[in-house]
Ligand binder design. Structure first.
Ligand code: BTN
Length: 251
C-alpha cells in the first residue's frame, strides 16, 4: 500500500485516470455497501462538481480530485460538522508542508486570499439515519498558473504557485488521510468540540463584515461565529440574527 498510517481511511482506493466526477462513483459505491474509508481518486474529472451547482475545474495530472466515503452514526443535522472536520484535516496537511492557510466558511481553503481547495459534502440518508457521507475534496496542487482560465485567474491558486515548487500529491494525500482519521475518531468519541476549536483557529470569516448569498437572499452583516452544528451565525446592523446553512460568502 501507500505507506498509510490509517486503519480505514484510504485502505480501499479506487483510482481511475479519467472520470466524470469522483462524487458520482463514490455515491454508487456507497449504495453498493462499500466500507467506511473508501476513497475514489482520479487524475482528471470531465464534470467535476462544486458547491451550489457550480463546476469544478479538474485538469489532468495537477490536482487531487478525490471523494472519501464515511459512515458515521450521527443525526442527519450534524452532518455539516463533517464538512468542517474535512476542511481542518486538509488545512493541517497543507500547513505541514509549510504553507499558511485560512478557511472561509464553510470549507474553502484559501492561501493569500485565493482559493486552493474546495470541499463538497453529500449525504445518503433517511430522515432519521445517515447511510453514507461522501466528502469530495478538490485541491489545486501543481497548476503553474491560471492565466489560461480567465474566469478563475483572480480567485484561484495552487500549492505550486504559492510555494514555487512541485508538491508530491501522494504524500499530501497520506497526510490528509492520517489527519482526517485522527479527527474523525476524536469526533465520534467526544463530539464536535475539539474540531470546532480547530476550525475556528483557521477561520478567516469570523468577526468580519461579510456578504452571504443564499438561495433566497443576500445578507450583509458580521459573521459572529458558528453553532455547534457548524451553521454560520450572521448579525445584521439592525441586530437581527440569521442562521445560514448554505451560502456563498464574500469577505
Ligand atoms: C467547491 O468549492 O465548490 C467544492 C469543490 C469540490 C471539488 C471536489 S473534486 C473531487 C470531488 N468530485 C467532484 O466532482 N467534486 C469534488
Amino acid at each position: 500500500h501507500l505507506g498509510l498510517e490509517t486503519e480505514y481511511i484510504g485502505r480501499h482506493i479506487h483510482f481511475q485516470e479519467t472520470v466524470d466526477s469522483t462524487q458520482k462513483i463514490a455515491a454508487r459505491l456507497g449504495y453498493e455497501g462499500a466500507p467506511e474509508g473508501t476513497v475514489v481518486v482520479a487524475e482528471e474529472q470531465t464534470a467535476g462538481r462544486g458547491r451550489l451547482n457550480r463546476q469544478w475545474y479538474s485538469p489532468s495530472g495537477t490536482g487531487i480530485w478525490m471523494s472519501i466515503l464515511l459512515r458515521p452514526n450521527i443525526p442527519v443535522h450534524q452532518a455539516p460538522q463533517l464538512t468542517l472536520l474535512a476542511a481542518v484535516s486538509v488545512a493541517q496537511a497543507i500547513e505541514e508542508i509549510g504553507i499558511t492557510v485560512g478557511i472561509k466558511w464553510p470549507n474553502d481553503i484559501l492561501i493569500g486570499g485565493k482559493k486552493a481547495v474546495g470541499i463538497l459534502t453529500e449525504l445518503q440518508a433517511d430522515p432519521d439515519r445517515i447511510h453514507a457521507v461522501i466528502v469530495g475534496i478538490g485541491i489545486n496542487v501543481n497548476q503553474q498558473s491560471y492565466h489560461f482560465a480567465s474566469e478563475i485567474e483572480n480567485i484561484a491558486t495552487s500549492l505550486c504557485i504559492e510555494t514555487g515548487t512541485h508538491v508530491n500529491r501522494a504524500t499530501l494525500m497520506q497526510r490528509i488521510f492520517a489527519n482526517m482519521e485522527k479527527l474523525y475518531k476524536e469526533y465520534l468519541q467526544n463530539g464536535f468540540t475539539v474540531i470546532k476549536v480547530l476550525w475556528e483557529s483557521y477561520a478567516i470569516s469570523i468577526g468580519k463584515e461579510i456578504k452571504a448569498r443564499t438561495m433566497h437572499e443576500t445578507l450583509i452583516g458580521t459573521a459572529i461565529g458558528i453553532t455547534d452544528d457548524g451553521v454560520l451565525i450572521l448579525e445584521e446592523k439592525n441586530g437581527s440574527i440569521h442562521y445560514i446553512h448554505s451560502a456563498d460568502i464574500e469577505i
